[in-house]
Ligand binder design. Structure first.
Ligand code: GAF
Length: 389
């Protein structure tokens, strides 16, 4: 599938510009095993890059003119690097311009270029196609124009593009996973210091399967930013009573419980979720390294109910997909994944039963919502990279 994507993207470039691209880059989407909505709350997360990619076919030129071709959307956007780049009403363009504008602001020297890109990461499915796009562009610019950026800087540039040009005040998890991904490894990332360690993604007799609700997370921008504001307010209230608290990381459940009235029901629930989720990541990493996959699955399912009931970022379709897994002993963990309000659930499914489970889940979803469930048997893959032509 990767080869086909590269071939199609490259051929499309050649067809449009009557020459072969000089460079090919691949930038992956991501999953997250556990640690949801805690990257912007000073927590730890456990993501990994997956074998779904955006492929970029690129050639540079000697002037400052640029052409972007989104093959899958059949859209083209042209601009001049000499102009100040500003957000426009096309989101895919913004992710790219947001990266380029930062490179310009850093005083880095770029030349014009032509890009054709195409993707196997489903859009709006919570697999971070936007982070893959941002990081792929930053990585490509870095390699082609010798910008000398570190991988960490590339991830941070991607994140800032999302803040400034897409209006989503996201954390660092998605961009970090896309850039730092390693085959068969999950990344335990400390979102405060950006220190990270790789852990073997050995799920023993279980396999990761994603169920795509096909509900596009259209409320993500507003809902996501609202959640950030709510937890910020909550933390300020907690700090006023407990000055020793510097972030959610050293805030305990007991502290949150003691402030229930002051926080008010909604903010109380949000804070409680964050404190629980930060604890769950530690337990999950321990379970994974001890090979206790059943325990890992339990923790993932607990995360779902926290996200649904306390953090309120799920939706009826994803709740259904998780609840339905109670009918299958072969699924030992299920939860909504990513920012929420639609997208995919992530499931730990016994390898021998994967196909049967997919068939039954598909039937159940169709009966309930008349929607064709999509399922992805993903593999954990390498982060953003240049592909040798
Ligand atoms: C989105 C954001 F982009 C991430 O930073 C993270 O907060 C995630 O939602 C929730 O864990 O993907």
């Amino acid at each position: 599938m990767k080869k086909k994507l590269i071939q199609n993207t490259s051929e499309h470039f050649e067809k449009l510009f009557q020459k072969k691209p000089e460079h090919i880059f691949l930038s992956p989407g991501r999953i997250n095993i556990i640690g949801e909505h805690v990257d912007y709350n000073d927590g730890f997360v456990l993501p990994a890059a997956i074998n779904k990619y955006i492929c970029f076919a690129i050639s540079k030129n000697e002037n400052s003119e640029c052409a972007l071709v989104a093959k899958d959307l059949n859209e083209v956007y042209q601009f001049d690097l000499k102009d100040t780049l500003q957000p426009i009403d096309k989101m895919w363009v913004n992710y790219i311009l947001g990266v380029l504008q930062q490179l310009k602001e850093k005083g880095l020297k770029l030349n014009g270029f032509t890009i054709v890109f195409s993707s196997t990461i489903p859009m709006g499915a919570g697999l971070s196609s936007s982070a893959a796009l941002e990081c792929g562009i930053a990585y490509a610019m870095n390699n082609m124009f010798d910008l000398n950026l570190s991988k960490e800087e590339i991830a941070l540039i991607g994140q800032k593009a999302e803040h400034t040009f897409a209006g989503v005040n996201c954390g660092i998890m998605d961009q970090f996973a896309s850039v730092f991904g390693k085959k068969n490894k999950v990344i335990k990332l400390d979102c405060t210091t950006l220190a990270y360690e790789y852990h073997k993604a050995n799920f023993k007799e279980y396999q990761l399967v994603l169920f795509d609700s096909c509900v596009k997370h259209t409320h993500l921008t507003s809902g996501y930013n609202d959640r950030r504001n709510e937890v910020e307010q909550g933390l300020a209230i907690i700090k006023a009573t407990y000055p020793e608290v510097t972030s959610f990381r050293n805030c305990t459940e007991k502290m949150v419980l003691s402030l229930k009235d002051k926080l008010g029901e909604i903010i109380f629930n949000r804070c409680l979720f964050v404190v629980h989720e930060i604890e769950r990541v530690e337990l999950a990493v321990k379970a994974l390294s001890e090979g206790n996959i059943e325990q890992l699955g339990n923790l993932m399912t607990k995360t779902h109910y926290g996200l649904s009931e306390l953090y309120e970022v799920s939706c009826p379709e994803m709740d259904f997909l998780v609840q339905e897994t109670n009918n299958f002993s072969a699924i030992i963990g299920a939860r909504m994944m990513g920012g929420g309000f639609g997208g995919c659930t992530i499931n730990l499914v016994k390898k021998d039963n994967v196909n049967a489970v997919i068939e039954k889940m598909t039937q159940a979803y169709k009966t309930k919502y008349n929607i064709e469930l999509k399922s992805y048997k993903i593999k954990i893959a390498k982060g953003t990279t240049e592909y040798a032509i």
